[in-house]
Design a protein around this ligand. Structure first.
Ligand code: FES
Ligand code: FES
Length: 157
């Protein structure tokens, strides 16, 4: 059986893409497999863990719950946008590094993107806002204390 394919046009990390995709292709799979942006991780595939979080027109979304065709005409931002290879780390990434906010790193990209959305939305987020954002992500390694400390270091003014 052949599946109907649709042409989508979107902008990902500042670059324009025109792709032919199956209607059922997930946005997470489009980013990882079609565009090679494997920084976005896929854990639960059910919208629970947050590992696959990216920004869609500036808002944090779970890319495992979205279809690639839903990104048509939109701007997608992934963790790769935070720092190019060889370039200085983004302030959030640097804080996660210095505060040991990651161990295996599987959850990290998603958390960084949710915190990036918070940073865009609020110039001066409160500590509770940061905690609420982190609460939407599952980490099996760190116990969250270091993640919280890193986020606070980067975002609290
Ligand atoms: S992989 Fe998308 S929320 Fe877990
Ligand atoms: S650092 Fe391993 S799951 Fe979060």
């Amino acid at each position: 059986m052949t599946h109907k394919r649709t042409t989508i046009v979107c902008r990902v990390n500042g670059k324009n893409y025109e792709s032919e995709v199956e209607g059922r292709l997930l946005l997470s799979d489009y980013l990882r497999h079609d565009l090679g942006l494997t920084g976005t991780h896929v854990g639960c595939e059910h919208g629970v863990c947050g590992a696959c979080t990216v920004l869609l027109d500036g808002a944090a979304v779970r890319s495992c719950l979205m279809l690639a065709v839903q990104a048509h005409g939109s701007e997608v931002t992934t963790v790769e946008s935070l720092a190019a290879p060889g370039e200085p780390l983004d302030a959030l990434q640097e804080a996660f590094r210095t505060e040991h906010g990651l161990q295996c790193g599987f959850c990290t990209a998603g958390i960084l993107m949710s915190l990036t959305a918070l940073r865009r939305e609020q110039e001066r987020p409160a500590s509770d806002d940061i905690t609420a954002v982190i609460g939407g992500h599952l980490c099996r390694c760190t116990g969250y204390r270091n993640i919280r400390r890193a986020a606070q270091k980067a975002l609290l003014k």
